[in-house]
Design a protein around this ligand. Sequence first.
Ligand code: HEM
Length: 311
Amino acid sequence: MKDKPIADKLLQELDAKYKLINQDRDTHLKGLLHSNSITYWDYIHTDALLGLQIQRTNLPDEMVFIAYHQINELIFKMILWEIKQVAEVDFLNVDIFKEKLMRISRYFDMLTTSFNVMREGMDVAQYNKFRHTLTPASGFQSAQYRKIEFASTELINLIDIRFRDSIDRDTPFEHAFEHLYWQAAGKNHKTGQKSSLLSNFENRYKEEFITFMKVYNTQNLGSKFKELSLEDQQNTSLIAAMRHYDYTVNVTWVMAHYNAAKYYITGKEGDGVATGGSDWQKYMHPKYQKRIFFPELWSQIEKENWGNEVD
Ligand code: HEM
């Protein structure tokens, strides 16, 4: 009986809620009386989730490859989810920024430390059989990975180093897009011809990317950091968190990925050719790409040596 005032209050609140949308509260309460109770499997959609790993061969380790990529995509989704909150927050301060950046970093740390699932979790001979069924697809075509880059840094930092001088804030997005660093994986810069890897990817995502690039042009983590007060920008633990994220995404993860590629593609069973067809040995190494999200937070020497120390 002592709960009655609470129940009365809840009824009043429900009444107010449903009046606002011209609905009858009691009809909704009757619905509640008859609705089924929730279960774990309905809420998490486990059956749907576990039905998404569809192999193209009967080789058992292809399952590892598919499932691990899907886990990566789910984590990418969580990273983008956190970055969006930084982009949209009304008042950003150093504490919110740090908290979100640590969340984002923990996800990328997880991806980096778990990469052995790829490197050690598949039989090389099996990999070199099922990978032929995947040509010309590649993880290169992960749209969420590209979105994480757009949402993390100012666009200029994603432009191929050879073309940076010809691009500034007034350059149309279409033009900047054509000079993103990753165009080098599939574009012949002399003839302009694009590989299937690249043209398939652009046919599916280019428009979406351009819209995304526009939205994050001023809302990316790098720009948001520069919007903090000068005092906040000097915060040592925030700077350490920014540098950690930058290094994890652009060196540690890249090297874990590169070493896995080297192990499978150039091992005795591999033929040296990537499914996406890029000149991957050169393209993927951080010392060539020199992709750095927050260049202002690294010294000249650190930038010059980017990726050299992990060779
Ligand atoms: C045995 C495992 C793997 C191998 C051998 C491999 C190999 C490659 C190669 C050779 C490329 C260059 C493009 C090409 O020509 O295909 C590439 C790009 C890429 N892969 Fe993987 N990959 C593996 C696992 C993964 C995983 C688990 C992910 C996570 C989603 C991933 C995401 C990417 C991304 C985002 C790129 C583009 C990187 C960039 O543009 O710098 N890869 N991969």
